[in-house]
Write a protein that binds this ligand. Structure first.
Ligand SMILES: Cc1cc2nc3c(=O)[nH]c(=O)nc-3n(C[C@H](O)[C@H](O)[C@H](O)COP(=O)(O)OP(=O)(O)OC[C@H]3O[C@@H](n4cnc5c(N)ncnc54)[C@H](O)[C@@H]3O)c2cc1C
Length: 447
C-alpha cells in the first residue's frame, strides 16, 4: 500500500460499497475502502423479524447506472439459484435480511475492501491525505477521500445519563436481545423504526411486556408518502435542481418533504393496526398498549424504573409515565466524523448547522489543492435533499463521484425522460432567484 491511492473510502456501508462496486469496472484507478467491522453487516441491531426494504430491489448498488454489472441484485438472485422462486414469491418488498445478504455477497467479491480497520484519524500533508488505521503502522496515503462512515444515533439529552441495558437506541436492539417479560416498555419515536419495534414487542419477540407506551412527537403515526409525484424528489433532475437553490429554500423544502423519506411504510402501519385490533377484540389484557402521538419528551429521570415527562401538543398538558425499559427510536444525527483531525477539519467548509457544503458531484468545499477531493456520502441532506440518506439514488450518486474522480463520463448520470419540469426547461422564462418575500412566505407556511 506504499503507492498513493487515487481514492481511500472511509467506511463500508451500502453507500461506499456501491462506489466500490462501480470502481470494479475502472481498474485504472487505485482504490481501497476501510471499515472497522470484521465483515460487511448492514444495521445488524435492527434486523427484526419480517422487516422489509422501503425501496425497490432495482435501486440496488449498481443497476440504475450499470445494469450490466455483475454486482446487481438480479445477478445475486441468479448466482444463488433463486431468480424464479423470487419472482414467484411476488413479495411486496424484499426483506432487509435478504438485501443485507446481497450486499454482503457483493462485498465478498470485491478485492478493494478491507475490514477490521478502525479509522483513527486523517490528515493532509499539503499533497496527500494520510489515513491512520493503527497506532504504529504507516498511514495509508491517498489523493482523494470518500467519507462514508454513516450517521450516529441521536439520543435526547435527558436520556443520555441513563444509556445502558435498560435505555438504549433501537440500533442496539437485536444485539442486546432484552428480556421485557412483565415490564413496562416505552418506545420513543414515531417513525419507521418505532413502528417496527412496537410491532415486534406486540409479537412477543422478547417476551410479553405488561405495558407498552409508544410516544411520537408527530401529530399522528404518519405514513411514508410513496406516491408517484412525491417519488419524483428521488430523481436526478429534481436533485440537481434542488442543489442549485439558495440554502434557506433548501432547508425549508427538506422540512416540508419529511414524510417522503421518514414516514412509516403503509404495510407496517396496516400490520400494526390489525394486530392491535385483534389484540383488543381477543380481550388481550397483556400487554396494555398505549399509543401517544403529539407528545414531546421533555425530561427523563432514573435509574429504572424511569420517570418520563412529556408535553401533549394537542391539549397542551404535561404528562408522566413510568418505564422499566426505554427504547429510543429517535433517529440519527449527522456530524463531522471525529477522525478528521483539527487542521483538515478546519479546512472543510460547513454551513451554519455544521454540515459539509457539498458541490453537485458530492465533493466537500475546502481550501486544499483543486485536484484533491474529499467526497462525502450520506452527508448531503441539506445540499442534495431528502434523497441523500436513502438508497433510491445511491448508485446515481456513486456514478457522479466515480465519473468526477475519473475525469470522464464512465456511467450515465442523467435521466432523459423527466415528467415534471422542475427547472423551467420547457418555458421561455428565465429561471429567477426566489425573492425575499416569497422565501419568507415559504418558511411561514412551512413549504
Ligand atoms: C434500520 C434502517 C433501515 C433502513 N432501511 C432503508 C430502506 O429500506 N431503504 C432506504 O433507501 N434506506 C434505508 N435506510 C437508510 C440508509 O439507506 C441506511 O442507513 C444506509 O445504511 C446508509 O448507508 P451508509 O453507507 O451511509 O452508512 P452505514 O450503513 O451506517 O455504514 C457506515 C459504516 O462506517 C463504518 N464506520 C463508522 N465509523 C468508522 C470508523 N471510525 N472506522 C472505520 N469504520 C467506521 C461502520 O462500521 C459502518 O459499516 C435504513 C436505515 C436504517 C437505520
Amino acid at each position: 500500500m506504499n503507492k498513493p491511492l487515487d481514492l481511500a473510502g472511509l467506511g463500508i456501508g451500502p453507500f461506499n460499497l456501491s462506489i466500490a462496486a462501480l470502481l470494479r469496472e475502472v481498474p485504472q484507478l487505485r482504490t481501497a475502502f476501510f471499515d472497522r467491522k470484521p465483515q460487511f453487516n448492514w444495521h445488524p441491531g435492527m434486523m427484526l423479524p419480517g422487516v422489509r426494504l422501503q425501496t425497490s430491489y432495482l435501486k440496488d448498488l449498481v443497476t440504475g447506472v450499470a445494469p450490466w454489472s455483475p454486482n446487481s441484485f438480479l445477478n445475486y438472485l441468479v448466482q444463488n439459484g433463486r431468480f424464479y422462486t423470487f419472482m414467484n414469491a411476488d413479495l411486496p418488498a424484499v426483506s432487509r435480511a435478504e438485501f443485507a445478504d446481497y450486499m454482503a455477497w457483493v462485498a465478498e467479491g470485491l478485492d478493494n475492501l478491507h475490514f477490521g480497520h478502525n479509522i483513527r484519524h486523517v490528515d493532509f500533508d499539503g499533497d496527500l491525505f494520510h489515513v491512520h488505521l493503527q497506532e504504529d503502522a504507516e498511514p495509508i496515503r491517498a489523493r482523494n477521500l470518500c467519507l462514508g462512515t454513516g450517521k450516529i444515533p441521536a439520543i435526547p439529552e435527558s436520556c443520555r445519563p441513563w444509556r445502558g441495558d435498560d435505555c438504549f437506541h433501537n440500533m442496539e436492539l437485536t444485539l442486546r436481545q432484552p428480556d421485557v417479560a412483565g415490564q413496562c416498555v416505552t418506545v420513543v419515536g414515531g417513525g419507521q423504526s418505532g413502528a417496527e419495534v412496537v410491532l415486534s414487542l406486540l409479537q412477543g419477540d422478547w417476551g410479553r411486556p405488561e405495558r407498552i407506551h409508544w410516544l411520537s412527537r408527530r401529530p399522528n403515526f404518519d405514513p411514508l408518502d410513496e406516491t408517484p409525484f412525491t417519488n419524483d424528489y428521488f430523481t436526478p433532475a429534481y436533485v440537481d435542481t434542488f442543489h442549485g437553490l439558495p440554502e434557506e429554500q433548501r432547508l425549508a423544502l427538506v422540512r416540508n418533504q419529511k414524510l417522503a423519506s421518514d414516514g412509516i411504510s403503509s404495510d407496517t402501519l396496516e400490520a400494526l393496526y390489525q394486530r392491535l385490533y385483534e389484540h383488543r377484540i381477543a380481550g388481550g389484557h397483556s400487554p396494555r398498549v398505549v399509543l401517544q402521538p403529539h407528545r414531546t419528551l421533555e425530561a427523563m429521570t432514573g435509574p429504572a424504573p424511569y420517570r418520563l415527562a412529556f408535553h401533549n401538543g394537542l391539549n397542551g398538558g404535561r404528562e408522566h409515565i413510568q418505564a422499566d425499559r426505554v427504547i429510543l427510536c429517535t433517529g440519527f444525527e449527522s456530524r463531522l466524523p471525529d477522525y478528521l483531525s483539527g487542521d483538515l477539519r478546519q479546512r472543510l467548509e460547513t454551513d451554519r448547522h455544521g454540515q459539509l457544503k457539498l458541490d453537485s458531484d458530492f465533493q466537500a468545499r475546502w481550501d486544499g489543492p483543486p485536484d484533491r477531493h474529499v467526497y462525502a456520502v450520506n452527508a448531503g441532506r441539506h445540499s442534495h435533499g431528502i434523497a441523500d440518506p436513502q438508497m433510491s439514488l445511491m448508485c446515481w450518486r456513486s456514478a457522479r463521484i466515480v465519473n468526477h474522480l475519473a475525469g470522464e463520463t464512465l456511467f450515465p448520470v442523467t435521466g432523459r425522460v423527466d415528467l415534471v419540469d422542475w427547472n423551467g426547461e420547457e418555458t421561455l422564462n428565465e429561471p429567477v432567484e426566489p425573492d425575499r418575500d416569497s422565501l419568507l412566505a415559504m418558511l411561514k407556511n412551512n413549504i
